[in-house]
Write a protein that binds this ligand. Sequence first.
Ligand code: AMP
Ligand code: MG
Length: 345
Amino acid sequence: MPARSKALPSVRPRPLRARTYAGTPRNLATLARVLRSGGLVAAPTETVYGLAANALDPAACEHIFLAKARPQTDPLIVHIEAISDLAKLAVVNPAALVLAKTFWPGPLTLVLAKTALVPAIVSAGLPSVAVRMPAHPLFRRLLRLAGVPLAAPSANPFGYVSPTTAQHVRDGLGEKISHILDGGPCSVGLESTIVDLRQPARPRVLRPGAITRAQLEQALGVPVLAPPRRRTPATAVAQIAPGLLTRHYSPRTPVQLHTRLTTRTVSSGDPREAWVFIAKPPVLRGKNIHWFNHRGDLPRVAQRLFALLRELDQAGFTRLHIELAPGRAGLADAINDRLRRAAAI
Ligand code: AMP
Ligand code: MG
């Protein structure tokens, strides 16, 4: 062994540390032990893969920030197993209970005043905490076995496209973490809707997601404010919801957005540039022609969004021209929010 390692050129890529685990009962028990003893585990949720640590252990949470190179000013979402755990972490109000009962387990995160149990590193020093009860069966089993709430941001280097498969996690963090639980591709594919309930009479969406403002309004019976305007100075947004940076979820290849792509725009374009349609275009074919979903079915577009951005980012195109989802409401709003952040400079 020593002789062999001597002969290896120093340019050899660093070995991947990460081991990928299937969701067997034995592996889940092992991974829950890792979490209880302060380690990190990347695991699937229905939204994207999360990088989880015991939310009550500040040292474990610090490792999340280090592995992701995430600034400590960006607070973490805490995942819980049951609605009854919410009151341990957050000051619950009736509006929060209505939303929890209507949408949990599911892709909705509630921002509320925090309790003393939540370490400062989790809330980035804010007096609030973001909490979610995820629906993915493997993540739920991990929560139950670990017996602690789990802080889990997306399992990717900070600012890059979120991971929706175990392989995406490996590609981004394979050298930084040791344990990846593989649950297949995520069913939603976009990060959770975040709703701010610190002022329960004036709920506000901080990040659009699969659960829409209309659904929240229907459950609460009051208007729900839209996310803070993107043009707000960065400092002001940071005070409301740190981490909602304009540039996020970004491929390295420059992205240019289009309200509508037509055959005409594309045929006059540069072949080194890729064209990405929401639905399959009628006639165009070629290495640089892509679409998110055959029929432009928005839940499927959301599922495929980050995976296709990653594939195209590796393909060597000089620019990605991407068509926005039609409409402003619901899932189109969440998809376009991610596309705009991917395109932001
Ligand atoms: P993620 O990048 O999916 O981990 O989402 C975390 C985002 O949730 C942060 O960037 C904030 O925008 C929001 N968030 C988390 N915790 C809080 C908090 N305590 N107060 C306000 N927003 C929060
Ligand atoms: Mg993230």
